[in-house]
Write a protein that binds this ligand. Structure first.
Ligand SMILES: [Zn+2]
Length: 502
């Protein structure tokens, strides 16, 4: 019987977030090893897809739990976290015994403080431990930054086909199917074409034009017999790394001629739509003006620059500062990650006065703490829920303790740990219903539309400072290759030196 090892090591990093991601952030999401990993996480995200995909193989397969480590998006991994990954991998792969293949769920945009390509490093280490011949298929988010090391060390890469990301499970199933083809003799060859462009997430939906049309062609490409997987990687922009930009990856069964041609064709379709992906933003006062002029509720204001989904700190003070100074009939609801403020609220007690400088402690580059005065409305020993939809599938979320503070028209939910900023569950888990408010803040550039879209009276994108801002010129890039659109004007992308010489 074939024994297939399953691994998930997943985080999306934002290198402009000064808070490093540490072991405790992974432990917060639950560490899984061996058979316990399958018992606890066998239905979660891509792992659930791996398991379902393996069941479709014509022969009996034994799924072997190896290691599951996941943390919510945030700053780069601390060097000690990277060392811990290797220690856990070495130990758990050693205990897994003989394997016929590995399925690995990665994000693809994970950075270390001392390693810009942490996913490539992981694949290289796993390749070293597993030996040169073991088939390794890794799944990636379509915001991955694919490096040569990743394509070299994995046998094949399989990537999400949707944004908002609704196909984590399906991607796991596709990866299992590609592994089956490899074990049956397919010889994967990767064709990668890079584009010198970065874009914000706001208009990257693959469900509407112009991307829907291109992603339809992408799926047709993956449907071809010679193709094992096909991907357009829109690559999240908060990585200060060489060769940052969109890319197209086609993995064929030893048909690089077809792979190169398809990658080139798809890249050619992506380049001209870049201007259509530039969003018009409103500064904080204008966001509130427009929200208050709207007849219905709730009006959702997205603070994408502080998006916890994009690795932001989740403790920006800019929109809060604007709201506390305004009269907002119907009230406003917002969220902030600030463990010290949660402790302070607990000391004050429910009903107690809350005078404290909140926020600006995690992302202390783009925000400074803001002193507010209010009342502690409620305290919650645990703010948690299970996420299925954009950002997770059966994914357990734990934001730690929570406190709700009321300041005139503004209701502020304080939590200890970051979680998705895109789901109404972040509020509902402590009994706050977004529909009951005139204005609701989300910490997500686009993914929030999946769940807030159906009931939002209006959606407004704010232009506030933050480490996940789409105003790329505000970010301190140093290592990216230039020219890179939109930081630089580019007339002919094929003539760009770092693309030509790639
Ligand atoms: Zn993504």
């Amino acid at each position: 019987m074939k024994r297939i090892g399953l691994i998930q090591i997943l985080q999306e990093s934002n290198c402009f977030n000064p808070v490093l991601t540490v072991q405790a952030d992974y432990e917060n999401f639950g560490v899984g090893t061996g058979s316990e990993m399958l018992a606890k996480y066998g239905e979660v995200g891509e792992i659930g897809g791996f398991m379902e995909g393996l069941k479709k193989w014509p022969e009996a397969v034994e799924p072997v739990g190896v290691l599951r480590l996941q943390a919510w998006s945030g700053g780069p991994a601390a060097p000690s976290t990277k060392a811990w990954f290797l220690e856990m991998l070495t130990e758990q792969l050693g205990q897994a015994g003989r394997l016929d293949g590995l399925l690995i769920a990665l994000h693809g945009a994970m950075m270390g403080a001392d390693e810009p390509d942490l996913d490539g490093w992981l694949l290289e280490e796993i390749r070293g431990l597993a030996g040169p011949d073991l088939p390794i298929v890794a799944s990636l988010d379509l915001h991955a930054y694919v490096t040569d090391r990743m394509t070299r060390c994995a046998t094949a890469l399989v990537v999400y086909l949707t944004f908002p990301h609704m196909d984590q499970r399906e991607t796991g199933m596709r990866a299992a199917s590609v592994l089956r083809r490899i074990l049956s003799g397919a010889r994967p060859v990767s064709s990668l074409v890079r584009l010198p462009m970065i874009t914000g997430g706001e208009l990257q939906s693959t469900f509407v034009p112009p991307l829907a049309t291109i992603f339809q062609k992408l799926e047709e490409a993956e449907g071809r017999n010679e193709v094992l997987s096909a991907a357009i990687l829109m690559t999240q922009a908060y990585l200060d790394v060489p060769q940052l930009g969109w890319s197209v990856l086609i993995v064929t069964d030893n048909r690089s001629d077809i792979g190169n041609r398809l990658a080139e064709e798809l890249a050619t379709l992506c380049w001209p739509i870049r201007e259509q992906l530039v969003m018009k933003f409103l500064e904080a006062p204008a966001c509130l003006d427009r929200a208050l002029a709207c007849a219905g509720q709730p009006v959702v204001i997205a603070d994408g620059a502080d998006a916890t989904n994009s690795g932001g700190g989740g403790d920006s003070i800019h929109m809060l500062n604007e709201m506390v100074g305004r009269h907002i009939p119907g009230g406003a609801l917002t969220i902030m990650v600030d463990p010290q403020a949660v402790s302070h609220a607990n000391e004050a007690g429910a009903g107690g006065a809350f005078v404290f400088a909140v926020g600006g402690k995690r992302d202390n580059v783009f925000s400074k703490p803001l002193k507010i005065s209010g009342t502690v409305k409620s305290l919650h020993p645990k703010a948690g829920y299970v996420l299925t939809g954009h950002g997770g599938n059966n994914l357990k979320i734990d934001m730690g303790r929570a406190a709700v503070v009321q300041m005139a028209d503004v209701t502020l939910l304080l939590v200890e740990k970051p979680g998705p900023g895109s789901t109404p569950l972040m509020y509902r888990c402590v009994g706050l219903e977004p529909k009951d408010f005139k204005v609701v803040i989300v910490k997500s550039p686009a993914g929030f539309r999946a769940e807030f879209g159906p009931f939002a009276a209006d959606i407004i994108l704010s232009d506030c400072p933050g480490c996940a801002s789409t105003r790329f010129s505000s970010l301190p890039y140093r290592r990216i290759n230039r020219p890179l659109w939109p930081l630089d004007q580019i007339d002919d992308w094929r003539a760009v030196d770092w693309i030509k010489n790639f």
